[in-house]
Design a protein around this ligand. Structure first.
Ligand SMILES: [Zn+2]
Length: 201
């Protein structure tokens, strides 16, 4: 069946290639013009594979005043993204299966692009105790990327246990590379300037 989501993209340039005509049938690239396709003058435009954002804040649940899965994924889709990873610093934190499933379902319902919830590495992003990594991986959301977002997993033993645990299901950790003990109360890089200005290095 053709129609609403079937297109003839005229003059579009695949990245690094010459301008050409692309046919889209119900959202999928095909070799021949689908019946009922709409024509689009894509002169000067570049065709890319769907972009994937590894670090977004959809803010839902808890901060719907700032962003929702609906508004965030709509913006993503308009910018060419077909998948986004939603960070775990929601309220409540996405550290259990229930929360990542909720975010994943909201993404399904919105229908703009794939939503992959990122699970917290530690409970409440507090860096003290491992979150339910396995339960999030086995949930409907099938979480594979874990991160404490702007917080860091700064306990090496905890990080080691998390990495060993994730190996069972090919998970990865996205780590904010900073040791909070080095920057506690810090205002700028330590050096001549910080001494001159009297700011904490
Ligand atoms: Zn972030």
């Amino acid at each position: 069946m053709s129609g609403q989501n079937s297109w003839v993209l005229k003059g579009v340039r695949p990245l690094g290639g010459e301008p050409t005509t692309l046919f889209v049938d119900d959202g999928v690239l095909v070799d021949a013009e689908p019946s009922g396709a709409q024509s689009f003058d894509a002169d000067g435009l570049i065709a890319l594979p769907g972009l994937v954002d590894l670090h977004t804040h959809l803010r839902e649940p808890g901060r719907e005043d700032a962003e929702t899965v609906e508004t965030g994924t709509l913006a993503a889709a308009l910018g060419g993204f077909t998948a986004v990873h939603a960070m775990a610093n929601t309220e409540p934190v996405a550290d259990v299966a229930g929360v990542v499933e909720q975010v994943w379902r909201l993404g399904q319902d919105a229908g703009h692009c794939d939503v992959h919830p990122v699970g917290a590495v530690t409970v409440g992003l507090r860096g003290e105790q491992l979150a339910e990594l396995g339960a999030m991986a086995e949930s409907a959301a099938r979480v594979r990327v874990f991160s404490d977002d702007g917080k860091c997993v700064h306990d090496p033993m905890l990080m080691r246990r998390a990495l060993e645990y994730l190996r069972a299901f090919d998970g990865v950790i996205a780590q904010h590379a900073q040791d909070p003990r080095l920057t506690d109360g810090a205002q700028m890089n330590e050096g001549v300037q910080s001494a001159r200005l009297g700011l904490v290095g």
